[in-house]
Design a protein around this ligand. Structure first.
Ligand SMILES: N[C@@H](CCC(=O)N[C@@H](CS)C(=O)NCC(=O)O)C(=O)O
Length: 217
């Protein structure tokens, strides 16, 4: 028997948990947030690893249905609940959405979030300069991914055109951490469509409600 209110296991600082929260909020789905901190030993305890064998976040639990991998979760949220559709019905537009989400996961997340944001934050906390070669490599890779996304983006208002989609919700949290750094702000300023899109996204209540503590207003 499926419970009506899903549980979202994760932490508020996580990029992928925020993607999922954005989808739930945009869809108008009430959910129960359950704190799982991956930097805490708890995340690797046997109970959590039973739900998510890779020990990452988020995991969604809906009744006895357990799902991990953010792109699967957001598609499930879109299809399992009433509310505004977050995926195009047109076959090519839907394929474009999946392609863009794949680019974000495979080519943007690591260099932008870990290669820039986390590397600079760790260095600042340790009172030492960040590794210049590592930063340059991360910049190069993040720039390549952002350029590809900007090339594929529609002329607006949203990444796929007239309707907000899961691609918009997937990109926002990665860019939010990227933009905490001066380097990330430079990277975004180079991509005109993405820059306009970023500003538009800031007005959405779901985006305001899920802002990271580290994010500049
Ligand atoms: N492919 C996973 C990635 C999830 C992921 O990497 N989550 C991060 C937090 S944003 C995490 O759990 N990191 C812990 C780690 O790297 O060990 C998904 O789409 O859900």
């Amino acid at each position: 028997m499926r419970a009506t209110e899903p549980q979202l296991l994760g932490a508020g600082y996580s990029v992928y948990v925020r993607v999922t929260r954005l989808a739930l909020i945009e869809k108008g789905v009430a959910f129960d947030p359950v704190e799982v901190d991956i930097f805490d030993a708890h995340a690797n305890d046997a109970a959590y690893l039973k739900l998510h064998p890779f020990g990452r976040i988020p995991t969604l639990r809906h009744g006895d249905f357990v799902l991990y991998e953010t792109a699967a979760i957001t598609r499930y949220v879109d299809e399992a609940f009433p509310g505004p559709a977050l995926q195009p019905t047109d076959t090519q537009a839907r394929a474009r959405m999946v392609q863009m989400i794949g680019i974000m996961d495979s080519y943007l997340y690591r260099p932008l979030v870990w290669g820039l944001h986390v590397a600079l934050d760790d260095a600042a906390k340790a009172g030492r300069p960040a590794d210049a070669a590592g930063l340059a490599k991360a910049m190069m890779k993040a720039r390549q991914a952002l350029r590809a996304l900007d090339d594929l983006a529609s002329d607006g208002p949203w990444l796929l055109g007239e309707s907000l989609s899961l691609a918009d919700l997937h990109l926002l949290p990665m860019l939010a951490y990227g933009r905490v750094t001066a380097e990330g702000r430079v990277l975004l300023s180079e991509q005109k469509k993405l820059q306009t899109w970023w500003k538009l996204m800031q007005a959405r209540p779901s985006v305001v409600a899920t802002r990271f503590a580290a994010e500049a207003p």
